[in-house]
Design a protein around this ligand. Structure first.
Ligand code: AKG
Length: 275
């Protein structure tokens, strides 16, 4: 196993993220972009809104990314050798759209305890300040969970528009990635992203998250795939891998996982206020 260097791991522990880390070749990243654009062309709506979740359940190409050795080696350095894939999503910002991501902590609403998990943000296109790359509030993961407003605001790519107040935006660090590179971030680091002001799409395929086998879902239920090692805890139902693109039984499974996820996201939500 190669994994993160001691320096990269130190950076992760001190700042709550590490970036850039080499994951895919630029050719592999292009293959994934082509897969996205093929699905969008042939099955309109199949990758809109919440349908961007769990694409690894309906596409063998995406499933293969979740099992990529470079990614898993780096993830293993952080959460240990027994690794489950809990979910994935696509964060796509098209040019001329108003998409942004408010500053938030993933652990606030996802129900995964303890925090032995990590999110891998894999750049399918280059990601930079012009096209609205992710930005991290370094060190904010050390302060545990913060109060979030839920804003449900237009253009916000987050379900509840969950927003941490008073983030010092000028002090946040942009995570500049070339297509094929990734960043890894901690469950409690505060992060967000601005608009895409470029002429091309900005696409991230996000494994959210890789969880240790000791992690429970305390707000609902998730099904998982075993990525590496053994599951000595068996807290979650195991699901299979897709063999073909958009097989009907896989579409059904994806919908079921999405329904479970929406229940988790909206738990305790009255569609307004703080949480
Ligand atoms: O893609 C983005 O801009 C934000 C992604 C994000 O919030 C996440 O991966 O947790």
């Amino acid at each position: 196993m190669s994994g993160l260097t001691a320096e990269q791991l130190d950076h992760y522990k001190n700042n709550g993220y590490v970036s850039p880390v080499d994951a895919l070749s630029s050719l592999e990243a292009k293959e994934i972009r082509d897969e996205i654009e093929k699905i969008e062309k042939n099955w309109p709506g199949a990758l809109e809104g919440i349908n961007r979740n769990y694409v690894h359940l309906i596409s063998p190409i995406f499933n293969k990314v979740c099992l990529n050795k470079n990614i898993l080696d780096a993830v293993e350095s952080i959460i240990g050798k027994n690794i489950l894939i809990c979910g994935t999503t696509l964060f796509i910002k098209n040019p001329n759209e108003k998409g942004f991501v408010s500053y938030h902590q993933d652990a606030k609403y996802i129900g995964l305890e303890p925090h032995n998990w990590v999110t891998a943000w894999v750049a399918i296109t280059d990601s930079n300040e012009k096209n609205g790359c992710m930005r991290m509030w370094s060190g904010s993961h050390k302060d545990n969970l913060k109060e979030h407003d839920q804003k449900f605001n237009e253009g916000n790519l987050l379900t509840r528009g969950q927003t941490v107040k008073n983030v010092p935006k000028q002090e946040t660090t942009p995570l500049i990635l070339e297509a094929g590179q990734m960043s890894l971030h901690h469950p409690t680091v505060v992060h967000g992203s601005e608009l895409n002001r470029s002429n091309d799409r900005r696409i991230g395929f996000v494994i959210q998250s890789y969880i240790g086998t000791d992690v429970k879902q305390v707000l609902g239920k998730n099904s998982v795939q075993l990525a590496r090692g053994v599951d000595e805890f068996n807290y979650h139902e195991k699901i299979g891998r897709p063999k073909n693109l958009l097989d009907l039984k896989d579409i059904k499974l994806k919908k079921q996982e999405n329904d479970n996820l929406q229940e988790i996201f909206y738990k305790g939500s009255d569609k307004k206020g703080k949480f």
